[in-house]
Design a protein around this ligand. Structure first.
Ligand SMILES: NC(=O)c1ccc[n+]([C@@H]2O[C@H](COP(=O)([O-])OP(=O)(O)OC[C@H]3O[C@@H](n4cnc5c(N)ncnc54)[C@H](OP(=O)(O)O)[C@@H]3O)[C@@H](O)[C@H]2O)c1
Length: 192
């Protein structure tokens, strides 16, 4: 049972998965995230202003080092929003908004993030997300399902996440065929 991170800040895990549960192809590519052509008439669309306002409300991003390196290659998607990259290596900083962290993840949240930020977005990858989930540091999961089967690749949650109940809070289907599922950490014990 997860009781949230108990710091007062909210940690949202956001990932985009294929229908068959992969977040990247075997070669790490994520070009399938930019799928076009699929139109779901009953879906909603989001204006640029709405998207910008939503993103503006995010106080901080947290990334694993592999996601960081991939984001640098693809084109930085996090703008000037403060971003913490978790790594045990000495990586060189390429942007003023980026800082590196090495060490205990509970300490990261309690001592570095929660005092400064309210709306914290953990945006992958799979390895770092699993560590956060295992430690009960995630308050909500915002999972977007892309309308594609990849067949192989990097598993969303791999095999190391333990059985745990989450409460569905919202579902949004978009015109482009993507579906967003929002879950919050359940305060109820798991029922069989
Ligand atoms: N579809 C999506 O929504 C989505 C989102 C994000 C990423 N991705 C894709 O996922 C892939 C990367 O994911 P990934 O699972 O391979 O890697 P990752 O989670 O991005 O990064 C893993 C690295 O983070 C560091 N790390 C993790 N836990 C740590 C801890 N407790 N303490 C210290 N360092 C820790 C380690 O870095 P060091 O080895 O440097 O010590 C580890 O090798 C990329 O292809 C990316 O494009 C997809």
């Amino acid at each position: 049972m997860s009781e949230g991170n108990a710091t007062g800040a909210r940690v949202t895990l956001h990932l985009v998965s294929s229908l068959d549960g992969f977040i990247a192809r075997k070669d790490n590519s994520v070009s399938w995230l930019d799928l076009t052509g699929s139109v779901y008439e009953a879906g909603v669309s989001v204006s640029e202003e709405e998207a910008a306002a939503f993103i503006k409300a995010i106080d901080c991003y947290v990334l694993g080092s592999r996601t960081y390196e991939h984001a640098l290659e693809l084109g930085w998607p996090y703008g000037e929003t403060p971003t913490v990259v978790v790594t045990g290596r000495k990586l060189s900083s390429t942007r003023n908004s980026v800082e590196f962290y090495s060490g205990d993840l509970r300490t990261l949240l309690k001592e570095k993030l929660a005092p400064r930020y309210r709306n914290i977005w953990l945006v992958g990858g799979a390895i770092l997300s699993q560590r956060f989930l295992e430690l009960g540091l995630v308050d909500e999961i915002r999972l977007t399902i892309a309308p594609i089967l990849l067949g192989d690749g990097l598993r969303l949650f791999g095999g190391s996440v333990t059985e745990e109940r989450w409460d569905l809070k919202n579902v949004v289907a978009y015109k482009n065929g993507f579906v967003e599922l929002l879950y919050s950490a359940s305060s109820r014990p798991l029922q069989n």
